[in-house]
Design a protein around this ligand. Structure first.
Ligand code: FAD
Length: 427
């Protein structure tokens, strides 16, 4: 491996891959700097689609972008590896050993030097140390976990078909992830029923638990009310002000003393940075472990380190952990890092421009908010427009990474695939 990349980006998610691609197109193409991306996985997925992969309503073979292919097309280097620590004095990132699926060490622990380091390692759901959650709940924070959930969902559905009993699923967290997952799971059952075993589909009993007083707390109250009504109309039991106090193999216990029995238990609440940030050589962290940065995304402790997306936190102007924020921050650094590196011009503050938010409940309904607070969506036609808007965000991301022609071809390939294959994952 080359020993001195000029700009090292760790984490190739929404923010990291956009930054690597843009810097590759500018500095990398002209040979002005070496851009290196490190990710613990070999391919990128658009994280806001993970609940669709978990439900099986999207097939991730087509939706993965190979880091190696992207790197060679867009003039940056990619190395698989997991950052485990930082040596700030020597400007080195330390990567743990790279293991095969069988656990064999393929590459020993390595160090990678940098002139500028950009950390973009995302976040995980936060179980706040609730007893039993780590052992008995599933998470859908990355593709491996989403695929793992899907495998269990399909097997339990098969069992429910065979024995003719309902399947109970409890989802903790009434934010965008939990509400969208509940709707996608119902959509998946509707689609599986089209290919079923000659018997009527089993009953899917989903309970959505939210600790706060309403689901979708980041949206206006009218959207929360409409979304809850929509979920209830398809059979989801929504419980608000429901604080989970523990999990076991049979279900969840709530603070009010009640129980929610569930064969599958999913934790989709809260956000925290990956635990590894505590090994970042004394970088200051928020209570959720996110790296504290100035408004220009530079670490509060080290001028050579930047952090963006979900793993970063601006104390003077906290932003929500969303793809929109991650993307804008990546674009900002892509614009200003070259001048810092070449001429020492400081990176200016990144000003977030809120372009609104969209939530899509499977095929059933969708809503959006515009920056002025206007709410749109709901109902057959407007719900459809919100759902299409949600899909457009993903297509925009694909076009940005692939370029216009390949981006449009990949959309066409998806359409052909949707025509040829079953519309839900069955194997
Ligand atoms: C199910 C779900 C639905 C969502 N829906 C929406 C939505 O509709 N709209 C919206 O705006 N946001 C949504 N979000 C949030 C959005 O996905 C995140 O805010 C966004 O992905 C953050 O981007 P990021 O680049 O910071 O991190 P990520 O996209 O999570 O990327 C982090 C990358 O870092 C890598 N990595 C992690 N740890 C290490 C390590 N130690 N070493 C090396 N690499 C590492 C990971 O493999 C990954 O590639 C959703 C999230 C989930 C889970």
């Amino acid at each position: 491996m080359a020993t001195k990349p000029e700009i090292l980006i760790v984490g190739g998610g929404v923010a990291g891959l956009a930054l690597a691609t843009r810097l590759g197109d500018t500095l990398g193409r002209q040979g002005l700097a070496r851009i290196t991306l490190i990710d613990k996985s070999f391919s990128h997925v658009w994280k806001p689609m993970l609940h669709c992969f978990a439900a099986g309503t999207a097939q991730n073979e087509n939706d993965r972008i190979s880091f190696m292919a992207q790197a060679s097309n867009r003039h940056f280097e990619f190395w698989p590896g997991e950052i485990v620590a930082l040596d700030r004095a020597n400007k080195r990132a330390i990567l743990g050993p790279l293991r095969s699926a069988e656990g064999e060490v393929v590459l020993e622990s390595r160090t990678v030097e940098y002139a500028a380091l950009v950390l973009a390692i995302g976040s995980r759901a936060n179980d706040f140390g609730t007893p039993g959650v780590a052992e008995h709940c599933l998470f859908i924070d990355n593709l491996v976990e989403a695929n793992g959930f899907n495998e269990k969902f399909r097997m339990e559905l098969l069992r429910a078909y065979a024995v003719g009993k309902p399947l109970d699923i409890a989802i903790v967290g009434g934010g965008a992830t939990g509400t969208q997952l509940a709707a996608e799971l119902h959509k998946a059952l509707d689609l599986v029923a089209l290919h079923s075993f000659g018997s009527a589909p089993p009953q899917l009993r989903i309970t959505l638990l939210e600790a706060g007083p309403r689901v979708l707390p980041a949206f206006p109250e009218a959207v929360s009310t409409a979304a809850q009504r929509q979920l209830e109309s398809i059979g989801v039991s929504v419980r608000t002000s429901a604080m989970v106090s523990g999990a076991d193999a049979e279900g969840l216990s709530l603070k009010d003393g009640t129980r929610v029995p569930a064969t599958l238990r999913v934790w989709a609440a809260g956000v925290k940075a990956p635990d590894v940030t505590s090994a970042f050589d004394g970088l200051s962290l928020s209570r959720s472990g996110q790296i504290l940065v100035h408004p220009n995304l530079q670490s509060q402790d080290d001028e050579h380190i930047f952090a963006m997306g979900d793993c970063s936190f601006i104390s003077s102007d906290p932003l929500p952990p969303t793809a929109q924020v991650a993307r804008q921050q990546a674009h900002h650094l892509a614009r200003h890092l070259p001048a810092l590196l070449r001429n020492g011009i400081a990176v200016p503050s990144c000003v977030f421009r809120n372009k609104g938010a969209i939530v899509a409940l499977g095929n059933y309904n969708g809503w959006g908010t515009l920056p002025g607070g206007t709410v749109f969506g709901g109902g057959f036609l407007h719900g459809l427009s919100a759902r299409l808007g949600h899909l457009m965000l993903y297509r925009q991301h694909q076009v940005e990474l692939y370029g216009l022609f390949r981006g449009l071809m990949s959309i066409l390939a998806d359409r052909i695939d949707a025509f040829v294959r079953p519309s839900v994952r069955l194997d």
